[in-house]
Design a protein around this ligand. Structure first.
Ligand code: ADP
Ligand code: MG
Length: 240
């Protein structure tokens, strides 16, 4: 296995606060890597740095061997990295389908034929479990369907690497099982995943490998059940 994403000494400071501190990590092609850590440990900031929504103070991000550090979000998206947002922000006045079609016309390999774009996006909505709500205005969607839509929108950009930010928070156990199945199904299509999740059960079920952050620093990395027994990890979560 070779790395699809290489993050080297990546750092970001907000005022006096070091949100991400000299972070080193690789995501291997085809894997589901779990990124965990207490609240405020720098998970979302790491996603923002990788996907171009924030510029790093220093450090490098390489994707498929290419330096993408500091590129604009749409360029990184076109290169093949998509991400979801912890707080979803769909175009609320539009239908689910319209939201996903926008993604399909924007990312890597954008499509110009509206009919074909709609067809593909209907399939994507089906894939995430929103087939029957394709033509509903997003305005009426609850948290579960908004999260599904967020995933469909990201998938529509045809990513090779998908960054999922707390997709499972606010879901009941049944919805969570569905979400876990969805993530597995995405992985089976050949997309590499980096998953930020607070729900430990989900992360253990999904990932063969975890990276743990605390105060912006990587404090552990490895097989989930083993990593979660590390003293530094236990203390980080107890301190939360
Ligand atoms: P996580 O996703 O792990 O909960 P974040 O990456 O959102 O953590 O935040 C890491 C730290 O950076 C927190 O202390 C947070 O308050 C701070 N932070 C995040 N984004 C900003 C920002 N845009 N401006 C100032 N501080 C921020
Ligand atoms: Mg976060």
């Amino acid at each position: 296995m070779k790395p699809i994403l290489e993050v080297n000494r990546l750092s970001k400071t907000f005022g006096g606060l070091v949100a991400v501190k000299s972070l080193d990590l690789n995501v291997m092609e085809g894997e589901i890597l779990g990124l965990i850590g207490p609240n405020g440990s720098g998970k979302t900031t790491s996603f923002n740095l990788i996907s171009g929504f924030l510029k790093p103070d220093c450090g490098k991000v390489r994707f498929s061997g290419r330096d993408i550090t500091g590129l604009k979000p749409y360029r990184i998206c076109q290169a093949g990295i998509a991400r979801t947002f912890q707080l979803t922000r769909p175009f609320a006045g539009m239908t689910a389908l319209q939201n996903v079609v926008i993604g399909r016309m924007y990312g890597g390999d954008p499509i110009r034929n509206m009919r074909r774009a709609e067809e593909e996006c209907l399939n994507l909505l089906q894939f995430v479990g929103l087939g029957r709500r394709a033509h509903s205005p997003v305005l009426n969607f609850g948290v579960v369907d908004r999260k599904r839509l967020e995933v469909a929108r990201a998938l529509a950009t045809r990513p090779k690497l998908l960054l999922l930010d707390e997709m499972m928070s606010g879901l009941n156990p049944t919805e969570m099982e569905e979400a876990i199945r969805l993530v597995r199904a995405i992985a089976e299509t050949g997309i590499t995943l980096m998953v930020v999740e607070h729900v430990m059960k989900a992360i253990i079920d999904l990932s063969a490998r975890l990276v743990v952050l605390n105060y912006g620093e990587k404090i552990a990395e490895g097989e989930p059940r083993e990593v979660l027994t590390h003293r530094a990890v236990v203390e980080a979560y107890l301190g939360e």
